[in-house]
Design a protein around this ligand. Structure first.
Ligand SMILES: Cc1cc2nc3c(=O)[nH]c(=O)nc-3n(C[C@H](O)[C@H](O)[C@H](O)COP(=O)(O)OP(=O)(O)OC[C@H]3O[C@@H](n4cnc5c(N)ncnc54)[C@H](O)[C@@H]3O)c2cc1C
Length: 557
């Protein structure tokens, strides 16, 4: 063939979903290998405790009890696998086992020129650096609490450069870890930008312009998305940055305007405020649109009460550079049509994300997208309009834009492709957390969605305002610490959704998510013994329904 390299599976995109899919394909082999190793180790040790022993793979397969399909597959090429055993070590003498898998990953630098390594959004410009910077901000709050608990600590200012350096070093270690794991699992990594040539062929172009043709039986698209820039705000692209740049800044962004109402916008504004920076968040309409709106309101109320300036109902019109380095932003108040302006060091756009499909030449392969969202249309098997081409993660239509869903979808897809399972990814009851200064965790339906689906008469909402014990000694404001459980009204009151606003919301929500996934009812939740004294126990202590009109403020312990 025309110099092209042939694979069983090509994965385009080395982010959360793509890496999980590529690595999982080889995980099957390693699972079986470890079974063989264990079984053979016992037998050979019994046969010859001192000298090296060789076993043919077909023998080991029978010993290990591998499935008939795997046995058939591997005994077809018995010469490929020999295990050499001495009392101390095992050596596998074939590198050509399992399916041939390649991952193609390429990071297009941001308009500002920021670039990063393997691992995709989560590792480099998403979950990981975000959570670490959120943690840096939370530590500021703890330092303020500390004197109340008897610690004599100086209220020192925060140093961005030190934090950024530490965060970036951790991210680089993760980039490296991913490369090593691919190597260990014999997955070929190409640092190339991929585009389709036909339904089975992809052309990869390296940074230096070198082209590689690759073809495969199955192709998985996991190219994620990138931050959106506004198209009709003058100066937006020239002077603004996005989350693709924020985490890689060497110096503090200073006084910052965050534009957007997404969780990314609120999280960034939250940790910037927590790090002591003068921060404004400009929200055009509704914050956290896809989330429960009562919770979204409490999140923004808490942010406003803790130092973030929240401009609601405003839209930016122009960004100009002033003679110094500062930026002058003009905006309009949409209700009054009144113009206003402010001066900032940094303008951060967090107005949504665009799926990375534009450069893939999807039309050459006949892969269909939603013309409105630009996302790839997929079915329950993650298959696109072309049955052997799949799409997972943020680039796929209708999927939650979250790392764990991309990872699980990728793993299950690889397992199905290798015939190990027929299980489909279940996208229902996916828990998530917004890491604002007061964290908001949720799983299942919002109150609005539950009412829309079941009717108000059939929905019961239990709720409580509570005070975390940790807040009492430093006398922290707990006005927005709130939990609500949305249930069906008819006994046993199946839980439809849980919403938790408070410290460690991610940890709390993760635990309850299991129960809700298993179909827990309100009756079962309230029979669950709490762990005292925690914030999570407030969920198990819920008794007051919204319908009762009683005061939901928790008193006593
Ligand atoms: C600021 C921020 C915070 C977030 N926080 C969280 C969080 O707390 N929890 C959570 O669950 N999720 C979070 N997310 C979302 C999460 O990061 C994404 O949902 C997840 O990374 C999606 O994984 P993916 O595999 O679909 O794509 P990605 O991880 O984005 O990977 C796609 C990869 O494909 C590459 N690529 C694109 N086009 C091509 C091409 N043509 N050829 C080769 N390679 C290509 C990209 O460069 C990238 O490396 C956050 C996102 C952001 C932006």
């Amino acid at each position: 063939m025309d110099g092209r390299q042939c694979y069983d599976l090509l994965v385009i995109g080395g982010g959360s979903g793509g890496l999980a899919c590529a690595k999982e394909d080889h995980a099957a082999f390693y699972e079986i290998l470890s079974q063989w190793t264990r079984a053979a180790s016992i037998l050979t040790f019994r046969a010859s405790p001192t000298g090296p022993v060789m076993w043919r793979s077909s023998v080991l397969l029978r010993v290990s009890g591998a499935s008939p399909s795997h046995t058939a597959a591997w005994t077809r090429r018995p010469s490929h696998l020999w295990l050499l055993h001495s009392p101390m070590d095992w050596v596998v003498s074939s590198a050509q086992l399992g399916k041939k898998v390649a991952v193609l990953d390429y990071v297009e630098p941001s308009p500002r020129g920021t670039r990063w390594g393997l691992g995709g959004t989560c590792v480099n410009v998403g979950c990981i650096p975000k959570k670490l910077m959120h943690q840096a901000a939370l530590l500021g709050g703890m330092i303020r609490d500390a004197p109340h608990y008897g610690w004599r600590v100086a209220q020192a200012p925060h140093d961005w450069a030190t934090m950024a350096d530490a965060v970036q070093n951790h991210v680089k270690s993760l980039n490296w870890g991913h490369r090593v794991q691919l190597q260990d699992r014999k997955v070929k990594y190409f640092n190339v930008k991929a585009s389709f040539v036909d339904t089975h062929t992809v052309c990869g172009v390296s940074k230096g312009g070198e082209e590689t043709l690759l073809s495969a039986e199955h192709i998985v698209i996991a190219t994620g998305g990138r931050p959106r820039y506004p198209t009709h705000v003058e100066g937006a692209l020239e002077y603004g940055i996005t989350s693709d740049d924020l985490f890689w800044l060497k110096e503090s962004p200073g006084k910052t305007l965050v534009v957007g109402a997404s969780y990314v916008a609120l999280e960034c504004a939250g940790f910037l405020t927590g790090l002591g920076l003068d921060t404004t968040v400009m929200i055009r309409s509704v914050p956290l649109r896809a989330f429960d709106q009562q919770m979204a309101l409490l999140v923004t109320e808490h942010m406003a009460g803790h130092g973030t300036r929240v401009l609601r109902g405003c839209a930016p019109e122009r960004v100009e550079k002033l003679p110094g380095q500062q930026l002058r932003v003009t905006w309009v108040d949409l209700a009054s049509d009144r113009k206003d302006a402010g001066t900032f060091d940094t303008v951060l756009w967090a107005i949504g994300r665009v799926p990375e499909t534009a450069s893939l030449n999807l039309e050459k392969a006949g892969v269909r997208t939603n013309p409105v969202t630009g996302k790839i249309l997929v079915d329950a098997q993650e298959a696109t309009s072309i049955p052997h081409i799949y799409a997972i993660g943020d680039v796929a239509e209708g999927r939650p834009e979250l790392t764990p869903t991309a990872i699980m979808a990728g793993r299950l897809l690889a397992q199905r492709l290798s015939g190990r399972t027929s299980d489909l990814m279940d996208y229902s009851s996916v828990p998530t957390t917004v890491f604002t200064p007061l964290e908001y965790g949720c799983v299942g339906l919002s109150e609005e969605a539950a009412v829309a689906r079941h009717g108000e008469e059939h929905v019961e909402v239990y709720h409580a305002f509570y005070k975390p014990l940790e807040f009492t000694v430093p006398q922290r404001d707990a006005s927005q610490c709130y939990v609500k459980m949305v249930c069906l009204r008819e006994p046993p009151q199946l839980v439809l959704g849980l919403h938790f606003l408070g410290p460690n919301a991610g940890e709390v929500t993760q635990g309850f998510a299991l129960g809700i996934k298993c179909g827990a009812s309100f009756q079962q939740v309230i029979r669950t013994v709490g762990i005292h004294p925690t914030c999570a126990e407030e969920v198990a202590k819920l008794r007051i329904s919204k319908r009762s009109g009683l005061d939901p403020t928790v008193t006593g312990c």
